[in-house]
Design a protein around this ligand. Structure first.
Ligand code: NAP
Length: 298
């Protein structure tokens, strides 16, 4: 497994992150057992970074991971745990108030059976956020030892800059949706900002639009078939599976995108690493983009 060290830190993450959003499944004991096996498969394959959020499975995903940490306490020092907060339900809204973020972090720590998070991310931008208030919250969380590092998720470049302007701490990551369907970050300044500032872009739902419909799917059947044809051609050329090419396509970007692998199938968790070994060409990157767009580049 390749690694990446976040800028100006000693925090070294596996290039592929394991996403824990699906590990509790439908909360049945069968699905939870499968989730635990998936985490063990990820550890065996060299993933050292596990992505959570307070809302995944209504907290059940963090609790399941906490059970595992309880069973193997030595594991904690070997891994990076990220969790996120800021999304509230009933009614759905975003909340970056000091009180809410602090209580969310405390809830995550309790469920995860740990004293600290390596990385804490604001899950989605709260349009009403006050950067100074968030800065104070981050400072308190850092001073208390509950959080080591901070980042954001789904932030626009200007939202990230606004928050950063109030912080003493660098924001290490922006976790965003990047996949063959959602390529907004290629042109909206997000990946440019990441490269310029040394912020690591982390890709959620990296396989969306190919192995399952992406959020807000706009692909027609014709689009899907055109993409599949190009992926099949490339898979033959690179001697790999089509979905591994989707990961290679993300990894090719010079901003050092780190995909989060969300499969709960041990074979797929292991096989995702093949993408790190492909010598994926500049030309094939553009061919896949054209297949995705359905028209030639200007
Ligand atoms: P993903 O890796 O794109 O998708 C995983 C899903 O695709 C699983 O249901 C998996 O099924 C299925 N799959 C994978 N390979 C397949 C194949 N070859 N054929 C058929 N199905 C296949 O990632 P994701 O789980 O959607 O997201 C990854 C992580 O991103 C999450 O765990 C979470 O940590 C994070 N996330 C963050 C945000 C955010 O707003 N920040 C939003 C969403 C997700 P099996 O389990 O059966 O293999």
């Amino acid at each position: 497994m390749n690694n990446i060290t976040y800028k100006n830190t000693t925090l070294t993450s596996s290039r592929l992150i394991y996403g824990c959003m699906r590990i509790a499944g439908d909360n049945s004991s069968q699905d939870k057992a499968k989730g635990k096996l998936a985490i063990r498969a990820a550890l065996d394959a060299g993933y050292n970074h596990f992505d959570h959020a307070d809302i995944y499975g209504n907290g059940e995903c963090e609790s399941l991971f906490g059970e595992l940490l309880n069973e193997s306490p030595n594991m904690r020092d070997e891994i990076i745990i990220t969790s996120k907060a800021g999304i509230r339900s009933n009614p759905q809204h975003y909340d970056f108030s000091n009180k809410y973020l602090t209580s969310s972090v405390e809830g995550s720590l309790k469920r995860l059976n740990t004293d600290y998070l390596d990385l804490f991310l604001l899950h989605r931008p709260d349009y009403l956020f006050n950067a100074e208030e968030v800065a104070e919250t981050f400072q308190q969380l850092k001073q208390s030892g509950k959080i080591k590092h901070f980042g954001v998720s789904n932030f626009s470049p200007s939202q990230l800059s606004l928050l950063q302007s109030a912080l003493d701490e660098p924001l290490l990551v922006n976790q965003i949706e990047i996949n063959i369907h959602n390529i907004n970050s290629l042109s909206d300044g997000t990946l440019d900002q990441c490269q310029q500032k040394g912020i690591t872009p982390i890709a959620w739902c990296p396989l969306g639009g190919v192995v399952y419909p992406a959020w807000g799917n706009t692909f027609s059947l014709e689009d899907e078939q055109r993409i599949e044809r190009e992926l099949t051609r490339q898979a033959h050329h690179y001697n790999c599976l089509p979905w591994q090419l989707i990961l290679a396509w993300l990894l090719k970007h010079p901003a050092n995108i780190c995909p989060i692998i969300g499969s709960t199938t041990a074979e797929r968790i292991l096989a995702a690493q093949k993408a790190l070994t492909l010598d994926y060409s500049h030309v094939d990157w553009y061919r896949l983009l054209e297949a995705r767009n359905g028209h030639p580049l200007p």
